[in-house]
Each structure stands twice: as C-alpha cells, then as structure tokens.
Design a protein around this ligand. Sequence first.
Ligand code: 13P
Ligand code: SF4
Length: 314
Amino acid sequence: MNNIWIKKIKELKKGKNAIILAHYYQESEIQDIADFVGDSLALAQKAMDTKADIIVLAGVHFMAETAKILNPAKKVLLPAPDAGCSLADSCPADAFEDFVMAHPEYTVVSYVNTTAAVKALTDIVCTSSNALQIIESLPKDEKIIFAPDRNLGDYIKRLTNREMLIWNGACHVHEAFSLERILELKKQHPEAKILAHPECPKPVLIVADHIGSTAALLKFSQTDTAQTYIVATESGILHQMQKASPAKTFIPAPPNDSTCACNDCRYMKLVTLQKIYDCLENESPEIILDKDLCAKAEKSILRMMEISKKLKLI
Ligand code: 13P
Ligand code: SF4
C-alpha cells in the first residue's frame, strides 16, 4: 500500500516542481521519501534556498510558517493542518506581548518553536542548534528574555550565566521523559551513553553524556565510539541514527507513562503518506500569512541566519 503512495507522490512532486522537507521526528517512511530531512534550523535554511515552486513541509505548523516567511513567493503546504506544537501553544502572542512590553530594556530571543505572531515580537529567533551561540553573541551585560522553552532557557542560562527572564513553556514530549526509567535502562545497559535534547528537564540533562539538537545528537552518535545509546528525544530521530550506524544499538528513552516504550510527538505523527499525496494533489492546505506580520517575523529569523552564518554554524 505504501509503495503505491510513494510512487504517486514521486510523480506528482516531479510534475509540480515540489520539494518535500521532513523533520527528524517524522515517521520513517516519510523521512525516506523526503528530498531533505533535517532539524528545525536546517529545514528553515533549505526552505529559504529552494528553487522548487512548492514546499511540502512534513512537520508541524510553525515549521511551515517559518518556510513561508523565509520564502513568501513559494506555495508552502502543510499535509496535516492540525499538526501544532505544545511548546508553541505554551506561548500565546497576546500574553507574550504584555510580557515583552513590561520589560522594554530586554532583548527578546525566541525559539523557532513559536507562532509567526510571537516571532514578530522577537529580536532574534534561535533553534536548539544555535541557541547557545546566539545568546553568547550578545553583549555580556545585555538583559535577555528567552521564550518559550523553560528547559532550554534554563540550560543556556546555566551555561552562560547571563541575565535571562525565561518564559514558562515546555514541550509535552521532552517534559515527559522519566528519569527513573532512564536510569533503570542504564542499569540494564551500563555501557550505553545517554543522549538528550535540551528541551528535556534538568534532571535528565544532568545524567546525559551528550546534550544537543536533533542534528547534533545524530552527528554525535555517528562519530562517538560507544555502541549503545539511550536517546532522550522524540523517537523519530532513531531512524536516521540507525541508518547512519547500522551496527550500533539505539534505545528510545521511555516516558513517565509506563505503558509506552518511547516518546512520540502526537503532532508530528499526524503526517501520513496519504496526506502528503492529497496536499500535493490539491495544493492545500496552504500556509497563508499576513504580509506585515511576515515582514516583522522575517527580521528576527534573518538575524538568526546572519549570526549563524557569521559563526559558520550553517
Ligand atoms: P530541533 O529540530 O531544533 O532539534 O528541535 C526539536 C523540536 O522540538 C522540533 O519540534
Ligand atoms: Fe512541538 Fe515538542 Fe512536538 Fe517538537 S516534539 S513539535 S516541540 S510538541
């Protein structure tokens, strides 16, 4: 059945000069059909540079919005229109605007996992790949608002010792990892290294051997000498880890819910091959954004791109 969708998608994609960009948290079959698979920073960069007429964003809403902001002349399609993000939802634009207004002397750094309206209130966007370097690029005495992820914010604050006001948001996937169950797994596999995304809470980060964005964790798993890893981020990333290092063992870190062995993002997993086909065929659902909002949000994303280029991060 999947093969039929794959064949049809490939034909449509060619006929319409479309490109499929997929996040590492997508189902394996979707990662395999994509023209490019990456973390949120790499997806934004690809979306900005592509010559395709149509961008299908196999990911969540804020990723498709970012693609549209960076390349407004292109048609950007989101196969699952209800693919939101609990982290983006934890920072509503009206409440955030009040917070920013109450602290006019602060520079606002927001994670890419935000709505366009929040990005429009932001000075510099960041992703988990460059958050540390973006904060470090600011003068030492600069007061910083960091939103919306409290775990990433706390982690960066611990590393940099900067004055940071951190928004109290979190991602339901990374918040739900069970330290107890991770340590239990470590007992069973004492040779395993623990890899963790910085959206995980502090107790999980403390026991991690390596902390990084999805792209950084993937790279580490390829270059490191260990043979077994316990991976504390959304389980979709295991597909690329296993593909790149077939002889190694990757174990998904378990969540608090003892009936689940791994942690899936319910939004990312809404995308299916059929939905990709349907959206390409119908050229819908399409991301449509207000032009003024786009222009404001674009500024803060381009500042991230500039800093990242200067620091040779992209
Ligand atoms: P990165 O893709 O930046 O690693 O972030 C993970 C994430 O939560 C995407 O939703
Ligand atoms: Fe949002 Fe978390 Fe899902 Fe990433 S994993 S899209 S941060 S809910």
